[in-house]
Each structure stands twice: as structure tokens, then as C-alpha cells.
Design a protein around this ligand. Structure first.
Ligand code: ADP
Length: 257
């Protein structure tokens, strides 16, 4: 299905190790993410997932090993508009926060255009397109704090999409999203992956619903315990891969949306 050439790699992690003080957090991680794939990075709390993402984003420097993004070593990588990031804390706006959906999405362009008042017609079109893609156009003038967790998360995805990234990295995006909206949320991610050909890296400790949407799974717990197709992952013995830390969470999909 996917070509395994160097050119088709979005992310290449070679022998990466990291520690906080004396505490080893990542040990000898080798992981590649093919362009066009949808990878679920799973592991229990404290297994090093966020640290690995920070390394990918150039925010932490590994003690050992190499990282390349789109075949460019991280130290030389400059095309950050290719990388969209939705952080774990993205959905922490409270109801009193006075900012509209449109303004939140426009923040995705801040790095390029500075203040909102300098948005030109092209930027405005990009914002509308991103809102359309996530099905939130009708909510553009609403206060972000009035939306549900699932709706807010769509808006944060629009913010990440506004600069047309080639890869979208999502850190625990379903935290704060009610279980009846989780499936809709994963469907949106699948559409972005299949229709827009955006490579997806989804970080989660929830391995219940996720495995039926992703193409590949990587299991992290300081070292990489598994990396393969989601089908092989589902057929593998999860408890032996994870010890007792991780439970398979099943969602009740019968609730009202
Ligand atoms: P995960 O995202 O899988 O929950 P993290 O990468 O956040 O895991 O954390 C991995 C380990 O590193 C945990 O034991 C955590 O307590 C520790 N850790 C994370 N951030 C820091 C930090 N800034 N300083 C010291 N230890 C940290």
C-alpha cells in the first residue's frame, strides 16, 4: 500500500534516548512514520509519549540518537508549517474565556502574520476552509468556552490545519471529549488522513476505540514494545505487552450526541 522508500517517511527516529536528571524516560527508540499513515502511539501514563513528542517538535534534545522530519535532520529542519500540533491542554478553555471560534482558528496563522488585524483575504479563506473541514463553520462567531469538549477539539484541529500541515500530531485529543463524540472525532481524523492525505500521529493512553481507525500502532513504555499494523496489534497479547498498567477501555456508544 505504502512505498517504503526514504522519501515516503514523515518521521524517522533512530536510537533516541532521553532522561530527566538521572531518570531514564526513553531508551533506544527506533520509530518511523510513513507519509500518509495514521499511527496511534499508545502507552500508560508516564511511559514517555509526551517526551517523545517534545523531542519531535524540537522542544527537548535527546541525549542520544537522531530525529529527521521529512528527511531533514531536526537540527536543520525549518519547514515547521508542515507540522500541525494539537496539545494535550488545548481543550482547557473555560466558559468565561472571551474568544471566538474564528479567533482561535486564526491563531494558527500567528506565527506567519503576527496580529489578527493583519489577516488578508487569503488568510481569511484559509480560516474558513479549516473550519469547513472540521464541520464547525456555523460556530465561527461563538465563544469557544460555550462549546462541548468534542466541538472545542474540532476547533483546535482547525487551528492546526490552517497552515496546511502535512502531518498532524495530536497529544491525548480525546481527553475531555464525551464518549459518544469520540467516534465522530476519530471519523474526522480518518477523513483528514484519507481524503486530505495528512499523516497523523495520535498519542493516547486509550487503546479501546482508536485501534479500529489507525493504520499502525506503536506501543511505548520507556522502550518501544511494539510497532506494526493495527491488525497485528489487535491480534497480539496486549497484557503481555503492557503489564498491568493499561486497560482496554470500551466505550458506550449508545449515548446522545
Ligand atoms: P506520558 O506522556 O506517556 O504520560 P511523559 O513523557 O509525560 O509520559 O513522562 C515520562 C516520565 O518523565 C514520567 O515519569 C514523568 O514523571 C517524567 N517527566 C515528564 N516531564 C518531566 C519533567 N519536566 N521533569 C522531570 N520529569 C519529567
Amino acid at each position: 500500500m505504502y512505498k517504503h522508500t526514504q522519501e515516503s517517511l514523515a518521521v524517522q527516529i533512530n536510537n533516541v534516548s532521553f532522561q530527566y536528571g538521572n531518570q531514564p524516560v526513553l531508551e533506544n527508540i527506533d520509530l518511523t512514520i510513513k507519509k500518509g499513515s495514521f499511527l496511534g502511539l499508545v502507552g500508560p501514563n508516564g511511559s514517555g509519549k509526551s517526551t517523545l513528542i517534545k523531542i519531535l517538535l524540537g522542544l527537548k534534545k535527546p541525549m542520544e540518537g537522531e530525529v529527521s522530519l521529512f528527511n531533514t535532520p531536526l537540527q536543520k529542519f525549518k519547514q515547521w508549517e508542515k507540522i500541525g500540533y494539537v496539545s494535550q491542554k488545548a481543550n482547557s478553555f473555560n466558559t468565561g474565556f472571551p474568544v471566538t471560534v474564528y479567533e482561535v482558528v486564526s491563531m494558527g496563522l500567528y506565527g506567519k502574520v503576527g496580529l489578527l488585524r493583519f489577516l488578508n483575504r487569503k488568510h481569511k479563506k484559509q480560516i474558513h476552509k479549516a473550519l469547513q473541514r472540521v464541520g464547525m463553520s456555523d460556530f465561527k462567531d461563538r465563544n469557544i468556552g460555550e462549546l462541548s469538549g468534542g466541538q472545542q477539539q474540532r476547533v483546535f484541529i482547525a487551528r492546526a490545519l490552517v497552515s496546511n500541515p502535512e502531518i498532524l500530531i495530536l497529544d491525548e485529543p480525546t481527553v475531555g471529549v464525551d464518549s459518544s463524540s469520540v467516534q465522530h472525532f476519530y471519523k474526522l481524523l480518518t477523513q483528514l488522513n484519507q481524503e486530505k492525505n495528512i499523516t497523523l500521529l495520535l498519542v493516547t493512553h486509550d487503546i479501546g476505540v482508536m485501534t479500529s481507525y489507525v493504520s499502525d500502532v506503536a506501543c511505548l513504555n520507556k522502550t518501544l514494545h511494539f510497532h506494526g499494523s493495527s491488525k497485528d496489534f489487535e491480534e497480539s497479547d496486549l497484557s503481555s505487552l503492557y503489564g498491568h498498567d493499561v486497560q482496554v477501555i470500551t466505550h458506550d456508544h449508545g449515548g446522545a450526541h
